[in-house]
Design a binder for this molecule. Structure first.
Ligand code: SF4
Length: 337
């Protein structure tokens, strides 16, 4: 719930309006998991709240640790459904990769989540719960965990296919009465679903990452069915109307497959597609998944590709791969459990 909805709850319970603000503080800033903890709310009001509402916090049901410190969390979201979130520490930073749907409709050929098909949209509460319930208290035998500094909507699902819940989650994450995060710490990744991409750009300030993967349109359509409905050229045209040179960052994601999209011809096509749009390119190592006959590009090819982009004035980096040993890396989330 946002602040005005919490104020409505207070109103319904015949409490002063400011109780709505207190509820927001307890739930979001202080991370309360029960009404009992809310010491500045009267006993009678707490009782009414507990009878009529629930905080909705759910701890992860399972945590799997990678040798590199990455942790994959499994959350139950009811009806026997589960989702995964990935905690990625990196020196003094820690990023949480959150899921927005159970499964995904986009059916990208190279993605384990896509193979699950679509099961359900997550509610804003289920998205926020991933953030609030991670990291749990430091476990025995492990180093204390770095508090979250960044959130990326890059887990299971296409965030813009569940835009109302994602937008609401962003509101709660960034509002002063919510978690009060800067939108600069949040990135939403999408295949480029229109017109929701435009809505995201107009109505929020978060960073945007577009899954491009190849600038060859026929090839993109064969690997990403979304290309048919949302051609990458239309996506880039939409992006060209926004300023990504200051506060807001645009990244293009490019998974590299051996002999598929890792040659100079593809680098040239990508340079052409980008044109004058301010962005950076993240080159991503592919992680083999069962039943998909794609192989990762070689290190040399990735370096060559990166150098070509850099020489053409485009900032490109090879993204360090994390959590591969626990199937938590890009495209590997499938909630086998
Ligand atoms: S890559 Fe993203 S959009 Fe494509 S199927 Fe996987 S989760 Fe869905």
């Amino acid at each position: 719930m946002n602040l005005s909805e919490l104020q409505d709850v207070a109103y319904k319970g015949r409490m002063p309006r400011f109780v709505g603000k207190q509820l927001a503080e307890w739930i979001y800033a202080k991370g309360a998991v029960s009404f009992d903890e809310m010491v500045n709310i009267s006993k009678k009001n707490k009782q009414w709240l507990a009878e009529n509402y629930e905080i909705g916090r759910e701890a992860p049901v399972k945590a799997t640790r990678s040798s590199d410190g990455t942790v994959k969390y499994l959350f139950s979201v009811g009806a026997g459904r589960v989702i995964e979130s990935v905690y990625i520490p990196d020196r003094d930073r820690a990023t949480l990769c959150v899921s927005s749907q159970v499964g995904c409709k986009m059916n990208c050929y190279f993605c384990a989540t896509g193979k699950l098909g679509f099961k359900a949209n997550l509610s804003a509460a289920e998205i926020i719960n991933q953030v609030l319930s991670i990291p749990p208290r430091p476990e025995k035998g492990f180093e204390p965990m770095t508090p979250l500094t960044n959130i990326v909507f890059m887990g299971m699902g296409e965030p813009l296919d569940n835009f109302p819940a994602v937008e609401r989650a962003i509101e709660i994450l960034t509002a002063p009465w919510g978690l009060a995060w800067s939108p600069k710490r949040i990135t939403v990744s999408t295949v480029g679903k229109l017109p929701q991409l435009k809505e995201l750009l107009d109505r929020t300030q978060v960073h945007v990452a577009i899954s491009v993967h190849t600038a060859d349109t026929a090839q993109r359509e064969s690997m990403m069915p979304a290309q048919k409905a949302f051609p990458i050229s239309s996506v880039m045209k939409c992006l060209s109307g926004y300023d990504f040179s200051h506060q807001r960052r645009l990244s293009l994601e490019y998974i590299m497959w051996r002999g598929v999209n890792d040659d100079i011809a593809h680098a040239e096509m990508l340079v052409k597609l980008i044109g004058k749009i301010d962005c950076r390119v993240n080159l991503i190592r592919f992680h083999a998944i069962p039943g998909v006959d794609l192989q990762p590009a070689s290190e040399e090819r990735m370096i060559m590709f990166r150098n070509y982009l850099n020489q053409h004035g485009i900032t490109a980096t090879i993204r360090a791969s994390r959590g591969e040993d626990i199937e938590a890396a890009c495209g590997m989330l499938a909630a086998k459990n």
